[in-house]
Design a protein around this ligand. Structure first.
Ligand SMILES: Nc1ncnc2c1ncn2[C@@H]1O[C@H](COP(=O)(O)OP(=O)(O)OP(=O)(O)O)[C@@H](O)[C@H]1O
Ligand SMILES: [Mg+2]
Length: 256
C-alpha cells in the first residue's frame, strides 16, 4: 500500500518558502531591481534575524513575505499559500495570520494604548474579551500602568511596545518585525525578545526580524545577511559572528 500523499499536492512544511524571488521598483527606464534570486526556508518555531547594510532590501523582502506588496517573480509561499500572482483580496486574508511590527509604529493617536491593541483583537471577532486580552498583553510588555494613556503621553519606547502588543495579541503564526527593539532600552528590548522566544517555543510561531541590535543576536536560530539585494549568508549566530570580523560587525552591521 502506498501511504505517500498524492504527488500533485506536495506537503508544505515550511512557514515561509522563498524560491528565486526577484523584485523591481519602478517601470520603464526607472525600473530598478532591488532583490535578486532570493531562496530561503523558515520553519515553525524558528527565530531568524535578517541583517545587512541600509538599502540592501530587508524591508522590501519583509513586506513581500507579509503580503503587503505583490511578488511577481519566482515563488513565495507563506503559511502554505503561494503569494506570487495572488490578488489583493487574498493578500488581505493572508495578512490576518501575520503580526507586523514596524519601526514607524502607526498607532491611532486618538485611541488609548489599550484601544489600539483592542482593535487588533476585534479583527478576530472577539469583542467581549478584547479589553482583557489587550491589557494582559500590555502587561506582558510592562505597560499595565499605561493602558489608558494615549500615544502622545507615551515615550518612544512605550509607543513601540504598544505596537508590539498589537502585533502579538492575536498570537499570529508568523511575526515579521522591522527593527522592533531600536527604540527600546536594554531591558525593554530584552523583554520583547524573550516574549517572542516564548511565542516561538510554546506556540511554534515563526519569527523573522530585521535588526542591527547585536544585544539580541543570541535569540536567533539563524542569521541571514542581505547585501545589495542578494542573500549573502545564512548561518547560525556563532558562525555569523565568527565569519564577520568583530570590527566590521561593530562598524558596519551593528551601529548602535
Ligand atoms: N517605494 C520605493 N520605490 C522605489 N525604490 C524603493 C522603494 N522603497 C525602497 N526602494 C529602494 O529599494 C532598495 C531597498 O530598500 P529597503 O527599504 O528594502 O532597504 P533596507 O535594507 O530595509 O534599508 P534600511 O536598513 O535603511 O531600512 C533601496 O535602494 C531603496 O532606495
Ligand atoms: Mg528597512
Amino acid at each position: 500500500m502506498n501511504f505517500a500523499p498524492p504527488s500533485s499536492v506536495p506537503p508544505v512544511e515550511a512557514s515561509i518558502q522563498v524560491r528565486n524571488l526577484s523584485y523591481f521598483f519602478g517601470r520603464g527606464d526607472l525600473r530598478k531591481q532591488v532583490l535578486f534570486d532570493i531562496s530561503l526556508d523558515l520553519h515553525p518555531g524558528q527565530i531568524v534575524i535578517m541583517t545587512g547594510p541600509s538599502g540592501s532590501g530587508k524591508t522590501t523582502l519583509l513586506t513581500l513575505i507579509g503580503a503587503l506588496r505583490s511578488a511577481t517573480e519566482g515563488s513565495l509561499q507563506v503559511l502554505g499559500k503561494e503569494l506570487v500572482g495572488l490578488g489583493d483580496r487574498h493578500l488581505v486574508e493572508i495578512r490576518r495570520n501575520i503580526g507586523f511590527i514596524f519601526q514607524a509604529h502607526n498607532l491611532f493617536e486618538s485611541l488609548t494604548a489599550s484601544q489600539n491593541v483592542e482593535m487588533a483583537v476585534e479583527l478576530t471577532g472577539n469583542f467581549r474579551g478584547k479589553r482583557q486580552q489587550a491589557v494582559d498583553m500590555l502587561s506582558h510588555l510592562g505597560l499595565a500602568e499605561r493602558a489608558d494613556y494615549k500615544p502622545a503621553a507615551l515615550s518612544g519606547g512605550q509607543k513601540q511596545r504598544v505596537a508590539i502588543a498589537r502585533a502579538l495579541v492575536n498570537q499570529p503564526q508568523l511575526i515579521l518585525a522591522d527593527e522592533p527593539t531600536a527604540a527600546l532600552d536594554k531591558q525593554s528590548g530584552r523583554d520583547v525578545v524573550t516574549l517572542m522566544q516564548h511565542l516561538a517555543q510554546e506556540r511554534g510561531c515563526t519569527i523573522l526580524m530585521v535588526t542591527h541590535d547585536n544585544r539580541i543576536l543570541d535569540v536567533a536560530d539563524r542569521i541571514i545577511n542581505l547585501v545589495d539585494g542578494r542573500l549573502e549568508s545564512d548561518e547560525s549566530p556563532q558562525q555569523f559572528v565568527d565569519s564577520h570580523a568583530p570590527k566590521a560587525l561593530d562598524q558596519k552591521m551593528f551601529i548602535m
